[in-house]
Ligand binder design. Structure first.
Ligand code: HEM
Length: 370
């Protein structure tokens, strides 16, 4: 996977070189979103996208609309919260919408416009189906080794007890491809955005990171090299502590009525931990002020549940290692060639919005060639 990521980072570096030559302030967050979409498409689904140069790409513009929506406020989500037993029925309804809209449009195009094209969520799901169709009808002999192929193989393999019920269904594959696109694209670009904000505002920390990258001399900044960078690891943990992007993703159902600190939690309740309170708790993160960005605090052993940016337990983030590899490789490449400087509009762009993720509007910076 690392060579595929490297290829996408190379495109980013070309863009950065252009920006640097123009000597203008720019929003690097937008470039990160294009980078991480390319990476997930290349690595997970074997689609050779080039979002970084294809600026009007439909996938990119429609994905941006989807991720700005607050899923919790969507009518189908609200209904499924009110009536959890109806969730699979509602999911079925959402899937059939595409077939229904396509059908209506075919029968009477003037009366029924092509709604699938107009509703980004439906458009994306139908594209996901196209990706699956292309792969399942691909007759080339070289088999790809990626996430999609693993799921398709799982769909084709009968379970050892000779029953079909453990095989992945088409809807499950579609759901998983959609989930990986959603979970793997904006989360990682948002983390890269937060990292860059810290680089631009904390020059001393940037210098320490650059020194660690310089210690590698001309060595390739591949998986092995970046995973050995100790200060980079501490830096990222501190970025995750101060700026966890997907706090709403961590929810659990209480399986039996229990009492915690005198509060009774009924069986069936949905629990969402308050990640910000945990991440800024001075008992967990002291003695240094938790409001200060201090990577070194992670050298001290902390409570195993004190850092929750990627969740915890068997349902924690499945893409954590992948995301960390991508973020470290990207930052190492940037820091080897440039010093990140705050743009005039850095603070103005750093207004945080909360929808599916907590993300800034823009990360406006300038680059200085080293
Ligand atoms: C910096 C980047 C990322 C952050 C901060 C992040 C954060 C999270 C969080 C908080 C959860 C919920 C965990 C829990 O409930 O305990 C989660 C779940 C998940 N993440 Fe990530 N994630 C990131 C990148 C990725 C990437 C790159 C992928 C895929 C390539 C991915 C795939 C998933 C999936 C599939 C789940 C659901 C796991 C399950 O339900 O078992 N994530 N992520």
């Amino acid at each position: 996977m690392a060579p595929l990521i490297d290829q996408c980072i190379e495109s980013l570096m070309k863009k950065l070189s252009k920006m640097n030559n123009e000597n203008k302030e720019f929003n690097i967050y937008e470039l990160y979103q294009r980078l991480t979409m390319d990476v997930i498409c290349h690595c997970a689904f074997g689609i050779d996208t080039d979002m970084q140069n294809d600026v009007d790409n439909d996938l990119m513009t429609k994905a941006a609309v989807i991720f700005k929506q607050d899923i919790e406020r969507m009518p189908l989500s609200k209904l499924s919260y009110l009536m959890p037993w109806s969730t699979s029925l509602l999911a079925q309804f959402a899937h059939s919408q595409i077939a229904l809209f396509h059908c209506l449009h075919k029968i009477a195009p003037t009366i029924f416009p092509d709604l699938v094209d107009k509703i980004p969520r439906l458009w994306l799901i139908s594209k996901v189906q196209e990706v699956i169709d292309v792969r399942t009808t691909d007759t080339s002999t070289t088999k790809r080794v990626d996430l999609l192929q693993t799921m398709l193989d799982a769909a084709a393999t009968r379970h050892e007890d000779n029953t079909d019920d453990k095989k992945l269904s088409n809807d499950e594959i579609k759901g998983n491809v959609f989930l990986f696109m959603v979970a793997g694209f904006d989360t990682t670009s948002t983390m890269l955005g937060y990292c860059t904000y810290v680089l631009a505002t904390q020059p001393n920390i940037q210098k320490k990171l650059q020194a660690e990258v310089d210690d590698q001399h001309e060595k390739e900044l591949d998986y092995d090299t970046v995973t050995k960078m100790e200060y980079m690891e501490l830096f990222l943990r501190e970025v995750h502590r101060m700026y966890p992007p997907s706090v709403a993703a961590i929810t659990r159902v209480c399986e039996q009525t229990t009492t915690v600190c005198g509060h009774t939690i009924e069986k069936g309740s949905i629990i969402q931990p308050d990640i910000f309170t945990i991440h800024y708790n001075s008992d967990l993160w002291g003695p240094e002020d938790p409001n200060q960005f201090i990577p070194e605090r992670h050298s001290t052993e902390r409570h195993p549940l004190a850092l929750l940016a990627f969740g915890v337990g068997p349902r924690s983030c499945i893409g954590m290692r992948f995301a960390l590899m991508e973020i470290k490789m990207t930052l190492a490449h940037i820091l080897r060639h440039y010093t990140v400087l705050p743009g005039e509009h850095l603070q103005e762009g750093f207004q945080l919005n909360e929808a599916f993720l907590i993300q800034p509007n823009a990360i406006n910076i300038k680059l200085n060639k080293r």
